[in-house]
Design a protein around this ligand. Structure first.
Ligand SMILES: [Zn+2]
Length: 414
């Protein structure tokens, strides 16, 4: 069923090209899409349309988080739960996480790895209107080398180019809308060193080729310098984490247009919450090991002009669904301008995810994924991170939140 038409009157609309707000506009949404953007209030509001007077508030596209795990809520040792909890319990938790995500204004996510293809099933349930949630591009399982990062919980193992191909094809067969490959070790898997590269260049090339043949975007978990370079050379669309970027890696990313999805929140929360909060000791140790280089690498990437797309790795310890926008504040603290931070979570993220014809910008014909903010995020980025400052949330035209009066206009006298 198509959502009810909505007219947002007297709003300042974010212009992603000029990087400013255009004031005094009206945006009319119909059948889930942005139907018209007009300089004056519509005189012919169609019968049945809901009208919201924005009183000059700030309209931005719904946020896009390019790296989440909706099957995890961010409890400090949820890894163990993935192995022991019944699938139904994990599914109900995922439903709760999806709702919390969209209610915070994140209207699109890419889910980069879940056991039992639960992220793919969750995406289908949201698309079918069974649950409230963001648009989900789900990778199914990630693909990792035998014993590599992610094995035993969010990744299946493969060795050799042919086996990588087969495992990627299996994700595609299951309905994956994105592909995740592991190019190095990481923080969350015991006994795996984040400084160690994993898949060979040939293995990564095979995986990327299969994904791109099927028009799917590829994200590579890559923390070690050599793993990052292998992934870039193999042609992945985004480097996830990018902890140890050297000058050469940064130059390669700029030259090839590879995106960085830094997920600064993930190791920060693991390291700073620590063992006292229940995070396993091996994770805390590795969190501190990566933290400083991670932040330096992000600064270097921003300075060099690497394409940035926002991703949190939501689901890692204390990286909670609905708190995704904290990543914007972290990126801004490390040198990204407020406008670039907003773009990294909207227009640029949509470009990475090949969704620019659906979402990420406020344009006629795109889906009505919209947030109405109390404050100007170009001045005060925290306006996106405080749930109360987000007055209206539309996801594909459906009203998720409306903390302003909704009216229906009187029919005009003949
Ligand atoms: Zn992840």
């Amino acid at each position: 069923m198509a959502p009810q038409p909505v007219l947002l009157r007297n709003v300042a609309v974010f212009d992603d090209v000029a990087r400013t707000f255009r004031r005094g506009l009206s945006v009319f949404c119909r059948e889930g899409r942005i139907d018209r953007i007009l300089a004056e209030p519509l005189s012919d509001v169609p019968a049945g349309a809901l009208v919201i007077d924005g009183q000059g508030r700030f309209l931005v596209p719904g946020l896009i988080d390019c790296h989440v795990h909706l099957t995890s809520g961010g409890d400090p040792n949820e890894l163990a739960a993935i192995r022991t909890e019944p699938l139904a319990i994990r599914a109900w938790k995922a439903e709760r996480n999806a709702a919390a995500t969209v209610r915070a204004g994140v209207t699109t996510v890419r889910d980069l790895g879940a056991a039992d293809h639960l992220n793919i099933h969750l995406a289908r349930a949201v698309d079918a209107g069974l649950l409230e949630g963001p648009r989900i591009l789900a990778a199914g399982y990630g693909v990792t080398m035998t014993g590599g990062h992610g094995h035993g919980f969010i990744a299946v193992e493969a060795d050799g180019p042919d086996d990588v191909r087969k495992k990627v094809r299996e994700q595609l067969r299951a309905g994956a809308a994105a592909i995740k490959l592991f190019a190095s070790g990481g923080v969350m898997t015991p006994g795996v060193d984040p400084r160690s590269p994993s898949f060979t260049l040939e293995e990564l090339r095979a995986g990327v080729e299969e994904a791109h043949k099927a028009f799917r975007v590829v994200g590579a978990h890559a923390q070690a310098t050599d793993g990052i370079k292998n992934a870039i050379l193999a042609g992945v669309d985004s480097i996830e984490h990018g902890v140890w970027l050297d000058e050469e890696a940064v130059a390669m990313m700029v030259e090839r247009g590879t995106y960085l999805v830094a997920t600064l929140t993930a190791p920060w929360q693991i390291a700073h919450r620590g063992v006292e909060a229940g995070v396993p000791a091996y994770m805390v140790e590795k969190g501190w090991q990566v933290l400083e280089s991670h932040e330096q690498s992000f600064r270097a990437a921003v300075r060099a002009g690497v394409r940035i797309a926002m991703g949190t790795d939501q689901g890692t310890p204390f990286n909670r669904p609905g708190e995704n926008a904290q990543e914007l504040l972290r990126m801004a603290r490390l040198g990204l301008s407020n406008a670039a931070a907003l773009l990294s979570a909207t227009a640029w993220a949509a470009d990475l995810l090949r969704l620019a014809d659906r979402t990420g910008r406020i344009r006629e014909g795109l889906d009505a994924d919209l947030l109405l903010l109390d404050r100007d995020p170009l001045v005060d980025l925290a306006a996106l991170a405080e749930p109360d400052a987000i007055r209206v949330i539309l996801a594909r035209g459906t009203i998720i939140r409306a903390a302003l009066p909704l009216t229906t206009p009187e029919p005009e006298a003949p």
